[in-house]
Every structure is written in C-alpha cells, then in structure tokens.
Design a protein around this ligand. Structure first.
Ligand code: SAM
Length: 324
C-alpha cells in the first residue's frame, strides 16, 4: 500500500513493538536503530537515531521515539541507590529538542519514572494483555481527547486482582501477570512473554524485554492518523497535478521560457524531479545521486525526468535568469 499511507519514522526502533502498532493503525514505517535489528518487520536503517532524524524527519508525516530508557528504569535507580555506577545515557531531552525543531507531530515513549510529560500512562490491562508494562507517552504538537492514564500498582487500584508471577526477594509468587524482563526464575518462557505482549512475529527475549506492546501504538496511531490525514495521493496523480501547475506557472511567470525544477516526491529523500531545461537539475539540486532518466512528453512540452537520491537541497530556479 506504499504511497497511499502516511509515513512514520520510528526512532530507536528495537525489534518493532511500536512499529507494528503504527502499521496496524495505517502508517508505512521506516525504523532506525544503531545496532542491527534482524527481527524488525519493516524497512530498517542502521544509524544513530538523532543523526538520521536531523536529516530526514521532516520527510515523514509523524515521528515516534523510544530513546534508551535504562537510565530511568527501577532496576538502574535501585543499583545507583546502592552506590553502583553505570554508563546508561539519557537521550530524552536531545530527542525532544530535535523533534520539536522538525514541526512534525511526534510521540515519545518511555518507562515509568522517566522525565516525560505524562500525556498518557499506558498499561497492558487497558488492552486486555497479561502485562502491566507501564509506559509514559508524551505527545508533541498534538493531543488526544480521552487520554488513558493507569495509576494501578501490583494488586492495587486498577491492578486489583492482578499480580505478577515470579520470584521476588527470594520468594516465589503465583500470579496472573507476566513480567517480560530480567533473568530471574519463574519469569516465563520466550513464547509466554511474546503472547503476553501480543507480539506475533519472531523476536528474541532481549527484544521482547525492550518492546512495547503493539496494542499501545495501534491505539495512539489511530488517533495520530486522524491528525496527519489519511494518506498521500498515489504517485501518478501527484506527478500529473504537480506538472500541470508547474507548467502553467512557468509559462506565465517567464514569458513562455520553460525553465523549472519541480520536486515531485517532496516528502521523500528518494524520488523524481522534472525539468524543462535539461541543465537545470544538476545546477540547482544537491543530492547524493542525480541521474537523468530520459525525456517524457507532457501535453505539448518535453521535460527531462531525473532520478535523485538523498536530496540535500534544492534551490529555487530564478525566474529571470537562464541556467548557464
Ligand atoms: C527501548 S528500545 C526500543 C524498543 C522499541 N520501541 C519497541 O517497541 O520494540 C531502545 C532502542 O534504542 C536503540 N538505541 C540506543 N541508542 C541509540 C542511538 N543513539 N541511535 C539509534 N538507536 C539507539 C537500542 O539499540 C534499542 O534497540
């Protein structure tokens, strides 16, 4: 369905827990992680997340970020209280600052206790799952009308009647909730973790320990989709519409001298440019790769079609000056 669904950039993507929910909600997904993620079920780019987002986030309709969270987890905090040192980094602030600068609606997700705004506090029980896995969700540049906010504790409040199974402080507890993290005994098998999280594609125990249930982002994604709109028009229609407008504009503004560059896939880093003057594109487009694909006839005019990859900048073509 590529081309008819808005694109979402999934930063710090891990094995794809968040991604699958957004895909179910109606987005096409590109995931970025700095280590290989062989289980990730969509287009994957291995890169530093902030470096990639700095270059490309504006090309997406929306962005999701799950910056590293160990620095805020209960385990890390407990270890620090005992005086143990750690090298966990906090990328939340840098990620938020970068996404604010893109102007795109975004979603930040992190563990309980992290310094995120608690626009939502999601819990597996809200989605009929056998996990608590509380996650704070901060919504950047948009909001939801009826936010979900679980404040339950193990066996208390909204968690009344639900208890985590497994060993705690040397004692084994029976329970009806799975804790899909850590290595302690009685924590369940990989298959039990996957089932409890609602993860249906092959993911290692480590990936499951870090993943959020796809149900969370399916819920968030359905609301985000309503904000960004249902999708882009199919490429062919877009081509024709952009060209028609551009041709009329060039003829009107430059006395009939056809000179223009029009970026057709304006929201992607890979796409096509059309130019009436074949010298125009290399002169005004800076990209990693630019290559003419031949001439096509549009109405009475011939235009050159160029393939471009990784566009860095396209300067507007001056109306009053011929390209030399
Ligand atoms: C909490 S996990 C993400 C889980 C994922 N959202 C999911 O639902 O499956 C955080 C991920 O961030 C990645 N990561 C850490 N630092 C990174 C960086 N600088 N750039 C890209 N990815 C990074 C880690 O490799 C890890 O996979």
């Amino acid at each position: 369905m590529s081309g008819s669904r808005p694109r979402l950039l999934d930063l710090f993507c891990g094995a794809g827990g968040a991604a699958v929910g957004y895909h179910r909600a109606g987005f096409d997904i590109v995931g970025v992680d700095h280590v290989p993620q062989p289980d990730y079920p969509f287009t994957f780019v291995q890169s530093d997340a902030l470096e990639y987002a700095g270059r490309y986030a504006a090309d997406f309709a929306a962005v999701h970020g799950s910056p590293p969270c160990q620095t805020h987890s209960a385990l890390t905090k407990g270890n620090r209280a005992r005086g143990w040192t750690d090298t966990h980094v906090d990328m939340i602030e840098a990620t938020r600052a970068l996404l604010d600068s893109t102007g795109r609606p975004y979603v930040l997700e992190n563990v309980e206790g992290s310094p995120l705004r608690r626009d939502l506090i999601l819990c597996g029980l809200q989605f009929g799952l056998r996990v608590f896995r509380h996650r704070y969700i901060e919504l950047g540049g948009w909001s939801v009308e009826e936010p979900l906010r679980c404040t339950g504790r193990n066996g208390e409040g909204a968690h009344a009647g639900y208890r985590v199974a497994g060993w705690r402080h040397g004692k084994k507890y029976a329970g009806n909730i799975v804790a899909p993290y850590g290595h302690g005994g009685g924590k369940g098998t990989r298959a039990e973790w996957a089932e409890a999280l609602g993860i249906t594609w092959p993911v290692t125990k480590r990936g499951l320990a870090e993943a959020i249930p796809p149900a969370y982002t399916e819920w968030v994604g359905a609301r985000l989709l309503a904000v960004v709109g249902g999708g882009e028009p199919p490429l062919l229609l877009l081509d024709v519409a952009v060209l028609a407008v551009a041709i009329v504009r060039v003829h009107v503004s430059s006395g009939g001298v056809p000179r223009m560059v029009k970026r057709v896939l304006s929201t992607t880093e890979v796409g096509w440019l059309f130019a009436m003057d074949p010298r125009t594109v290399p002169a005004y487009c800076r990209a990693r790769h630019v290559e003419p694909l031949g001439r096509v006839r549009i109405g009475k005019s011939w235009v050159t079609r160029w393939a471009v990859e990784d566009v860095i900048a396209i300067a507007p073509v001056p109306r009053d000056r011929a390209v030399s």
